[in-house]
Design a protein around this ligand. Structure first.
Ligand code: CA
Length: 379
């Protein structure tokens, strides 16, 4: 008797325990919602650890700092599955070594501006910027809606790289000069740091062009190794101290009206990611592009003011005859450079067609608006 009672009690106790246990893991709620609350994760998520090398100095505003912020966002949005550690130029490799380091798979990603790779891929110059070409708005439109990015992917494919648009400086300044530029003749014999297609225009005007890496620009200009140097815009040029190296600061950056930066991935590393992490990179680099452009737009005005008011810099517009002369040479350079390489030719034709298509709208919208603004503002 006692023994049977004990068995009954025991069965009752087991039933109670199972009901409590089911309630604890939320199975009761599953019948109503179809969601199993508190169920253990069934998919073990693979974790990825990447290194990104850049062409920028440590703490370089936006170019470096916003890229580091982007990497943190990727970490957060992937719930720690993809962690990218960002290294400034020379921390792991020099600025101009990053392309090879990522192409070969030593590192998984780099951040830079594509015209630095003109020697390997002439078309890369068009993906960055075109002298008298398109502003940031136009470059984004071409890359995302006019076929620019597809051509860029095609051009990088033989190097096992996948590019993404990941930054824009907006319209740059014309550069720092140790002597004034008043006519086209002043370019004759001028030693200038100016990359990309703009550099080829200055060379055609009679200058000697160097492609000094960003971290070395200041020393080169200050010591008089070069007579002039362009870098980016008031914010970054001030940070680099270029106002201490040359007295004349010219505008506009006719050679870089809307320079694109890239986050470029080793194709094997990118393709080894699950689709959701690939999409995460594709979309968050667009945020990096946006954050960089808007950051520069917000900060350049105060930097320009400080250069003028505090550092007493001579900020000068290029004379109209000089811009006119440079434009003539730029048109020739674009055709000549495009003719040398099939991919560059294809890219040039795409760019030219797109610019001609959106040109009238630019005149009716942005140009008309800025013409009006000129009545209120001056440098
Ligand atoms: Ca530049």
């Amino acid at each position: 008797m006692n023994r049977r009672k004990d068995e009954t009690s025991s069965k009752k106790g087991q039933k109670m325990d199972r009901r409590q246990a089911l309630k604890k893991v939320g199975i009761g709620a599953a019948a109503a919602t179809g969601v199993i609350v508190g169920a253990p994760a069934v998919h073990a998520k693979k974790r990825y650890r990447w290194k990104m090398v850049t062409a920028w100095g440590p703490n370089m505003p936006y170019l470096q700092t916003e890229t580091e912020a982007w990497a943190k966002m990727v970490d957060k949005l992937s719930d720690g599955r993809l962690k990218i550690k960002v290294y400034a130029a020379n921390e792991l490799v020099p600025a101009f070594g990053i392309f090879d380091a990522v192409s070969s798979g030593t590192y998984q990603a780099f951040h830079c501006t594509p015209y630095f790779w003109a020697g390997k891929i002439p078309a890369s110059q068009w993906f960055a910027c075109v002298p008298f070409g398109l502003n940031a708005q136009g470059m984004n439109a071409w890359h995302f809606h006019g076929g620019g990015l597809q051509l860029w992917e095609e051009a990088y494919k033989p190097f096992n790289l996948i590019p993404r648009v990941a930054g824009n400086c907006g319209c740059q300044m014309g550069g720092w000069f140790r002597r004034k530029i008043e006519t086209m003749d002043d370019y004759k014999g001028l030693k200038m740091r100016i990359p990309g297609l703009g550099g080829k225009v200055v060379a055609k005007a009679g200058g000697t062009v160097t492609l000094t890496a960003p971290p070395e620009i200041f020393t080169s200009l200050e010591r008089g190794v070069i007579d002039a140097a362009e870098f980016v815009n008031p914010l970054l040029d001030m940070k680099m101290g270029l106002y201490k190296a040359a007295p004349y600061y010219y505008y506009p950056g006719w050679h870089e009206p809307g320079s694109v930066s890239e986050a470029t991935f080793n194709a094997d590393a990118y393709n080894s990611l699950p689709k959701d992490l690939q999409a995460l990179l594709d979309y968050t680099t667009q945020t990096l592009n946006f954050r960089m452009l808007t950051g520069f737009e917000a900060d350049n005005s105060a930097a320009l003011r400080k250069l003028i008011d505090v550092y007493k810099v001579n900020v000068i517009a290029f004379p109209p005859n000089v811009l006119k002369g440079l434009k003539v040479l730029a048109d020739e350079v674009l055709e000549e450079e495009a003719a040398k390489d099939a991919m560059a030719k294809k890219t040039h034709e795409s760019f030219k067609k797109f610019r001609n298509e959106i040109g009238p709208w630019s005149v009716a919208s942005e140009k008309a608006f800025y013409d009006y603004l000129l009545r209120e503002y001056k440098v």
